[in-house]
Write a protein that binds this ligand. Sequence first.
Ligand code: OAD
Length: 252
Amino acid sequence: MAAPLNPALVELAAAARRVTVLSGAGMSAESGVPTFRAAQSGLWERFDPTMLATPQAWEADPELVWAWYAWRINLVRGVEPNAGHRALARWAERTQVRIATQNVDDLHERAGSDVLAHLHGSLTALRCADCERPFDGPVEIPAEPVERLAPAACPACDGRVRPGVVWFGEMLPQGAFDAAADAVFDADLVLVVGTSGLVYPAASLPDLARGHGVPVVELNPEDTPVSERVDIVWRDTAARGLPALLAAIAVA
Ligand code: OAD
């Protein structure tokens, strides 16, 4: 059951005409996509990201890195948007809701939302690692995790095809951060959902909002470094809290 809603939160949400949502891995947790830093099941537990999510790892062992991403693509294909994703899509029918996500899955879109910015790219936006051309040819995605998998070859230059995600040390996709920052400045409510607030520059967005006088709400079942720098801390999960908030503002 959803936690009781803070009346100040309901009032803020009911009055908001321009909502900007900053979502992270916790947004998709209840769909069955493990977060990065969960104690038991996090991707970080099973794999060392510093070994896999870097340009250096790709250079050293592209088959290992591609096998890991193929596993994640398969995982995301097999899950559905949760009630939190769906609540945000419904909210957008009555007010402007802009979403900037750190997630590389497509669950917001599959729930019916337009995503303003995928700050860390998209799992399935494949491109050539050499010539950068987008790749939309067929790729083999095994049903079970494998340890090694040869990446597809780029039809233009024969380079290796890589996932369109941001690896450690890489730049964010062109324009993504600026679009998110503009949406934050121009909002009358910023809702930070399911992110540990550890990875920059995405983690600076809630502070940009507050610096601009925009109220910031954090929806997260746990304490994070963001918690002490927001206006309202909302301790619940995305799939419980967001539908409850939508229901409350419908009658507010
Ligand atoms: P993390 O895994 O670091 O944090 C997930 C957050 O979601 C935690 O604060 C949890 O408490 C919270 N959480 C868990 N279950 C939740 C639920 N059901 N509802 C709401 N919140 C929940 O994920 P991110 O902050 O997204 O970057 O990680 C940021 C970046 O770190 C990722 O985009 C990735 C990684 O390095 C790249 O790959 C570049």
